[in-house]
Design a protein around this ligand. Structure first.
Ligand SMILES: C[S@@+](CC[C@H](N)C(=O)[O-])C[C@H]1O[C@@H](n2cnc3c(N)ncnc32)[C@H](O)[C@@H]1O
Length: 246
């Protein structure tokens, strides 16, 4: 259900934070970060245009984007993160579960959307990622919203008794079919199951798909065929599947 006041307040909070922490734009011309999947779903100049439209991020998110670029960490990046945050605001999400959070970049966008009193469950199998993420959460002012869990994200989700407004899937691709089997009971009716990398740099259209691509193909087919979900595959960046639980 949409609650207009909550939505508008959340939007103001996010915009205010962005203004406050604005960093000056870099004058250097750099090649696009690897996490952008440049030239794949949109042609190079159009992709540049889309990214040029995005408002500047605050200092912490900007630093994370630079760190991810430097270390080749596959974060969703600001174009997809903005879609995630917008979807969360549209359904007034208060509880988000994230499978595969790495350094916590997408987690911060969720945390800003759920606001005070909201919760985002961060999960990652790598404790170094979790430690780095913890530092970013503190600096971004979202520590209170984030429940940080280290371990197998699928196991952690299996143990959850509560239902979430949004479940975001960004783990290893071989696990996608297994993730799909876990979702329905842990998502409220009207909630969103969102999955990244569903076009897998275009490999889903190749004649001889490898193991990871076959897992994504199986996942996409089952998600579309499911009577439980109403699904759309958005061709943004590396492909984002948005599935509404009926
Ligand atoms: C693509 S990155 C996540 C990026 C993050 N969602 C973002 O956009 O900022 C995938 C992360 O998932 C973690 N991962 C993969 N499979 C996992 C699993 N089964 N359980 C927990 N973490 C997993 C990896 O350690 C990696 O850090």
């Amino acid at each position: 259900m949409l609650r207009p006041t909550g939505f508008v307040n959340a939007l103001h909070r996010i915009q205010f934070r962005s203004e406050r922490n604005r960093v000056s734009p870099s004058k250097k011309k750099q090649s696009p970060a690897s996490w952008r999947h440049y030239n794949f779903t949109t042609a190079g100049p159009v992709d540049d245009y889309l990214y040029s439209m995005l408002p500047k991020r605050d200092a912490v998110l900007t630093e994370m984007e630079e760190y991810a670029t430097e270390k080749s960490i596959p974060i969703v990046g600001p174009a997809v993160a903005r879609v995630l945050q917008q979807l969360a605001l549209m359904i007034n999400a208060r509880k988000v579960f994230e499978l595969g959070s790495a350094i916590g970049y997408s987690t911060i966008w969720w945390a800003q959307a759920v606001g005070e009193g909201g919760t985002v469950v961060y999960t990652d199998g790598d404790s170094n990622n979790a430690e780095r993420a913890r530092g970013y959460f503190k600096r971004a002012g979202v520590s209170r919203q984030v429940v940080l869990r280290t371990g197998d994200a699928l196991e952690i989700l299996s143990e959850e008794k509560q239902q979430f407004d949004i479940i975001f899937n960004d783990v290893d691709k071989e696990d996608y079919p297994r993730v799909l089997r876990l979702i329905a009971p842990r998502l409220r009716k009207g909630g969103l199951f969102i999955t990244d990398n569903v076009l897998w740099s275009g490999r889903v259209a190749e004649k001889n798909p490898d193991t990871q691509t076959r897992a994504i193909l199986e996942f996409n087919r089952k998600l579309y065929d499911s009577g439980v979900f109403y699904t759309t595959l958005l061709p943004i960046r590396d492909g984002l599947a948005v599935a509404l639980k009926r």
